[in-house]
Ligand binder design. Structure first.
Ligand code: ZN
Length: 476
């Protein structure tokens, strides 16, 4: 029997707000343990939670970026469960009236066709504290760090639209890009600002029933999500085939074993309306004001890059997935660099160089204006491509203008015919057999001779001019 999977995702995104969700404590979980706490986020009796305006705005932008519809009224509930990371016994979340409903993310499926994966709703909630397990001598102890308690989270719950690991991975990548575009979160699965749980069930291909699902947690990268789903489809398919029933439970992905393992169930209690935080009422004007703040989103930007700058679809899509790269390219073009040349130098030279030096485009010393200066010299044939690459390497070492580096290092390209004639004479005299081969019709020999003249000029000659001169001299 062939099985297909039915998969839904629950994605937690930590908003990059300056304060926590319901108090003014700094939202910096990495500070010294318990440095950022107050009676409200320590959940002491009498605490007065008050919703952060910034969190509401960032969460709303995130919803609009995903095409979800902000609800005129949403409210917080108490999700009751008992665990040491939640000493007050309940988490403030929006279980019944979420911030937004609907929306979705468009991806390209494995067969190349476009595919929309729908979102059921988006709600806000507070993060819980962090448990730290240590040894005190030979006694194991558990400590609680409340820096993360009350940090603003958004949870995106999808429809069970996913059928394959690939779709989940593409969805997460596209979601991450869109959330980064509106500046709501860094969305890094590696450092926990984006976390993804997957609900997975299997059924015989061609049937429509919904079978018992298994929840998988603890995937720390997009790759892990794909691997865990693939593993789970295989595992559940095998148990169904063996006649065993799939039981509702939660499993953890173990990246070392490359397997999901059952985890102990947490007690989950009821969800009840919370009386301490007022409901969120959003006016039509407020929602429109948020919508007006939305930047140009990646899909629209990719389309514009194709139309305005003549990039290919693939180039435009990969570039717009990274707003920093797309901004850099557009800044180069604004400085008068031809889009094709800008794209080529950005992707084949600058980005690898920046990565090698463990910098970001924004923090590297090579600004669009400096790189444009170099590319102008290249376009005017004042330097050749090889020299330009050397100059680029030096631009990382000093803040001198590229023109100054070219001059100081003698990188100026020799295009002057007189100066080249002497070098060509020398090479023609020394390479008789290659000259003879070329005259006998071997085109390859010309490339070799151009290389020899380049070498004699120590890389400074203009290869195009050499080629022209050589053809002229040897052709007759
Ligand atoms: Zn606090």
């Amino acid at each position: 029997m062939e099985f297909e999977a039915v998969i839904g995702l629950e994605i937690h995104v930590e908003l990059n707000c300056t304060t926590k969700l319901f108090c003014d404590c700094p939202n910096r979980p990495g500070d010294d343990p318990n440095a950022n706490t107050c009676p409200t986020c320590l959940w002491l009796p009498g605490a007065m939670p008050r919703l952060s305006e910034q969190a509401l705005e960032k969460a709303s932008l995130l919803c609009l970026a995903l095409g979800a519809e902000l609800q005129p009224r949403s409210a917080f509930d108490q999700k009751v469960y008992y665990y040491p990371d939640l000493p007050k016994g309940y988490q403030l979340s929006q279980a019944h009236l979420p911030l937004a409903r609907g929306g979705g993310v468009d991806i390209i499926d494995e067969d190349g066709s476009p595919c929309r994966l729908r979102i059921h709703h988006v709600h806000m909630e507070e993060d819980v504290a962090k448990l730290v397990h240590e040894m005190e001598g030979r006694v194991p102890i558990s400590l609680v760090d409340f820096n993360r308690a009350g940090a603003p989270l958004v949870e995106i719950v999808t429809e069970p639209d996913f059928r394959a690991p690939h779709q989940a991975m593409e969805f997460l990548k596209a979601l991450r890009t869109q959330v980064r575009y509106v500046g709501a979160s860094e969305c890094s699965m590696e450092n926990g600002t984006m976390r993804c749980d997957a609900n997975i069930s299997v059924r015989p291909r061609g049937t429509t029933q919904m079978n018992t699902k298994v929840e998988v947690k603890n995937m720390n990268s997009v790759r892990h999500v794909g691997d865990a789903i693939a593993y789970e489809i295989e595992r559940q398919g095998a148990s169904v085939q063996a006649g065993e029933a799939v039981v509702l439970h939660t499993r953890l992905w173990d990246p070392d074993k490359k397997a999901t393992l059952p985890m102990r169930a947490k007690f989950e209690g009821p969800t009840v309306p919370d009386p301490s935080v007022s409901a969120i009422e959003l006016s039509r004007e407020w929602i429109e004001r948020m919508r007006a703040q939305l930047p140009e989103m990646p899909a629209a930007r990719a389309e514009r890059l194709v139309e305005q700058h003549g990039l290919t679809r693939d180039e435009a899509l990969s570039l717009s997935a990274d707003p920093e790269s797309a901004d850099f390219l557009e800044a180069l073009v604004a400085e008068g660099v031809a889009p094709r040349m800008a794209m080529h130098w950005l992707t084949t030279q600058l980005l690898p160089a920046v990565r090698e030096r463990r910098q970001g485009l924004g923090t590297s010393p090579v600004s669009p204006v400096r790189l444009a200066g170099l590319l102008h010299m290249l376009a005017k044939e004042e330097v050749n491509a090889k020299a330009a690459r050397d100059v680029l390497a030096q631009m990382f070492e000093s803040d001198r203008r590229p023109e100054a580096i070219v001059q100081a290092c003698g990188f100026s390209q020799i295009s002057d015919r007189g100066a080249l004639d002497d070098l060509i004479d020398q090479v023609i005299r020394g390479q008789e057999s290659a000259v003879a081969n070329y005259r006998a019709g071997q085109e390859k020999a010309l490339g070799f001779l151009v290389g020899q003249v380049m070498q004699a000029s120590r890389g400074k000659a203009n290869p195009k001019v050499i080629r022209e001169l050589l053809v002229e001299r040897l052709g007759a």
